[in-house]
Ligand binder design. Sequence first.
Ligand SMILES: C[S@@+](CC[C@H](N)C(=O)[O-])C[C@H]1O[C@@H](n2cnc3c(N)ncnc32)[C@H](O)[C@@H]1O
Length: 274
Amino acid sequence: MSAMAPMAASERGTASGAGRHSNDAYDRIAAYWNEHIHDLSVATQPAGSRGFFEELDAYRFDKLRYLPKLVDFGAFGGQSLLEVGCGVGIDLARFAGGGARVTGIDLAATSIELARTNLSQRGLTGELSVMNGEQMSFADSQFDMVYAHGALQYTADAARMAAEIHRVLKPGGTAIMMVYNRRSWLRFMSKTMGVGLEHEDSPFLRLFTRREFRSVLAPFRNVRIVPERFPVATKLHRGVKAVLYNGVFVGVFNLLPRPLVRWSGWHLMAFATK
Ligand SMILES: C[S@@+](CC[C@H](N)C(=O)[O-])C[C@H]1O[C@@H](n2cnc3c(N)ncnc32)[C@H](O)[C@@H]1O
């Protein structure tokens, strides 16, 4: 969480039809994410250095402890895997390290350049391109698996991106996607403590109920949604609010039986089949 200015109401994501947004919308998304690379603020090492990527990986997998439990990064050996909105390629490198033939796309050229460096520094290979996930240049049914963690909520038209993910996935293939839960403990805390959501100032940010997420995923079959991402101590914030949050809220919340609070997980992880 970080304190940021609220968006104009007209720019908050809403249900929208394909093609509703002009090219300018995608230029603004690219411009924003070129400047605000995800998790960049936690890095102390120079961007693009080996230490930089190691720091981002360690930070991400400490914050998202659930991720390697739900996603087996080593299970796609030999398969073609596309990540939409790959950022600097932290997860993509894990898939590539597990033997997947990876392709990563993102609207932000800076991220794609860093993702390229990330893979090559680890001795891994992959195809990386600046491309709009709502209008991909890939053939139908090209990939065994498509992954989009934290991308659908930041694009102009989530339904259009989901339809594209479905189009490029092979029949029988799996897509794994994550969006933010509108009915989450984190949203509640953000409002109660007056601390804005991360990247709340991005050109588009849409929060979803489970039902809304399912409706965006209508082209898929066997959609399973798992709410995850429960409180862990923040390293991004300082001061009294952070002390209270880290010292009291995180501990008390995690004493609650998980089945009782699962509905409030901040990340709605979807596993869907074409
Ligand atoms: C919160 S970051 C997530 C990055 C990475 N997946 C991660 O989890 O660290 C959101 C990413 O989605 C990308 N993005 C947003 N809209 C996109 C679109 N229409 N096509 C491709 N990438 C997009 C942004 O450029 C940004 O890199």
